[in-house]
Design a protein around this ligand. Structure first.
Ligand SMILES: Cc1cc2nc3c(=O)[nH]c(=O)nc-3n(C[C@H](O)[C@H](O)[C@H](O)COP(=O)(O)OP(=O)(O)OC[C@H]3O[C@@H](n4cnc5c(N)ncnc54)[C@H](O)[C@@H]3O)c2cc1C
Length: 443
């Protein structure tokens, strides 16, 4: 690959200052590689939104001292986690208490990403916030050998500045514009390949959060919500507790929202009329509102992860496992692998596909790649089988209502009533078919 002339020179340029880009940067900075991380937001985390549970194990790979860090970048430890299954009238709550109280934490990106950015800077990475990468710099053979940004070259020359790099790591998030421009994706994503998520942060009067959710000050709750919350559309809701507020949101496949002309904000408003949330959010003040896409193209829509002089990681690569709400940790792990690969290429002095292909091999060995391969048909099942989001939540709630209000009745009659309910709502054959198609996902 030929050398190019540029205004600035780096060994590696990383596009995007989310967890993926910052992790790649931290790895490379610690190896002494001259690295520049470019983030279009005012600061890392400024433009980002997530649910927000983060996982200690992945964070420790970047900052081994976590969670014993000052200032602490998270809100609450998650001490209770599980599902809230909603119907129009009621709910079934299935949660477990977590033995390891430091396993995961709730966080806001505006605090969490700057924490990682600080680790990256201390590792020697140069950060360029408020800067957008608009194109690639290419050598005479057409290979990527740097980036062009929306900032002027200098005070005297307003044309866009160029930065050369032996490897460019794309960690640009779900919109994947540059990854596509680099030829790693051959097409735009489709509406059925992304979930549109909206989130509110609701503040309760002091002490009310603990009182209403039965928590102590050092305890936190993380709930995934299924059923009425999405009005039966394929998707999930979430409720996570912060120090003094609650993150409450809904995500539904964009294709379903478009087809049914539903706005996710309307779903969120409707959900707040449910008795469970009415009670919980009484007197609450909305502090923040935001919307963001989640990549769900997964294994079947994976890009080519490498090209001459380029690698892609994090959301831009499609590394999200929605069933286990793994996003930030997969961004961290894939970012680290991209960093490792770039370092290897620098050691070899070869930045061509031949060497960068190692990245794909590393990914294939990872647990998360295998997880995504295993669940490759999950999205299709969720989009095809609407019963998961409507019939089953109703069924579970009604069956449990019958089961627990059976006093004064011969129990065989109660069981018969539950069986009749299953027959009426879905039929045994339907239940068996659904069970098999779900089980087949993991075989
Ligand atoms: C509503 C919602 C809830 C979620 N909840 C959770 C959760 O609870 N737990 C979890 O683990 N994951 C969750 N996720 C997923 C998680 O947020 C993502 O998987 C993770 O943030 C991906 O990190 P990333 O670094 O790949 O991308 P991002 O975090 O999206 O970062 C990409 C960065 O690139 C920058 N950028 C983009 N283009 C350019 C450019 N051209 N030039 C310069 N900069 C650019 C952006 O400004 C951004 O800062 C959630 C996501 C959403 C939307």
């Amino acid at each position: 690959m030929g050398k190019v002339k540029a205004d600035f020179e780096y060994d590696v340029v990383i596009v995007g200052g989310g967890p993926a880009g910052l992790s790649a940067g931290i790895y490379l900075g610690r190896k002494g590689v001259k690295t520049l991380l470019i983030e279009r937001g005012r600061f890392c985390g400024a433009k980002n939104l997530f649910g927000g549970v983060v996982y200690t194990e992945s964070i420790k790979t970047l900052a081994p001292e976590f969670p014993n860090v000052e200032p602490f970048p998270c809100e609450r430890q998650v001490t209770e986690e599980g599902y809230l299954i909603l119907t129009e009238r009621g709910y079934v709550k299935l949660t477990h208490s977590k033995e390891d109280r430091t396993h995961s934490f709730t966080a806001f990106r505006a605090k969490f990403d700057p924490f990682l950015a600080d680790v990256a800077q201390r590792a020697g990475v140069d950060l360029a916030p408020k800067t957008k990468v608009v194109d690639f710099l290419k050598d005479d053979d057409g290979n990527i050998s740097g980036v062009i940004v929306d900032r002027p070259k200098s005070f005297f020359d307003s044309s866009p500045a160029s930065i050369s790099a032996k490897v460019v790591i794309l960690a640009e998030g779900v919109n994947r514009v540059l990854s596509q421009k680099a030829g790693l994706y051959s097409r735009d994503f489709q509406p059925e390949e992304v979930v549109l998520s909206v989130k509110e942060v609701l503040q309760l009067p002091k002490g009310e959060l603990e009182k209403r959710l039965g928590l102590k000050e050092d305890e936190g709750l993380a709930l995934e919500i299924l059923g009425f919350i999405t009005q039966g559309y394929p998707g999930l809701g979430f409720l996570y507790t912060n120090k003094n507020s609650i993150s409450f949101g809904i995500g539904v496949f964009l294709s379903e929202l478009a087809k049914n002309r539903v706005r996710p904000y309307e779903l969120l408003e409707r959900a707040k009329t449910h008795p469970f949330f009415q009670r919980l959010f009484e007197g609450a003040e909305v502090l923040e509102y935001g919307a963001h896409l989640i990549p769900e193209w997964g294994y079947k829509g994976f890009p080519k992860f490498y090209g001459n002089g380029v690698l892609v990681c994090g959301d831009a690569g499609g590394f999200v496992n929605p069933l286990f709400k793994e996003g930030t940790n997969l961004a961290i792990y894939s970012g680290l692998l991209a960093g490792e690969t770039a370092f290897l290429a620098l050691e070899k002095g070869d930045f061509s596909e031949k060497t960068l292909k190692v990245y794909e091999e590393k990914l294939k060995e990872s647990y998360f790649y295998k997880d995504l391969a295993l669940a490759k048909n999950m999205k299709d099942l969720f989009l095809r089988n609407k019963h998961i989001f409507s019939t089953y939540p109703e069924l579970l709630y009604e069956a449990m209502s019958l089961f627990f209000s059976a006093q004064g009745k011969f129990k065989r009659e109660v069981i018969k009533e539950i069986i009749t309910l299953i027959k009426k709502k879905r039929g045994f054959l339907g239940v068996l078919k659904d069970f098999l198609s779900f089980a087949r996902l993991f075989w």
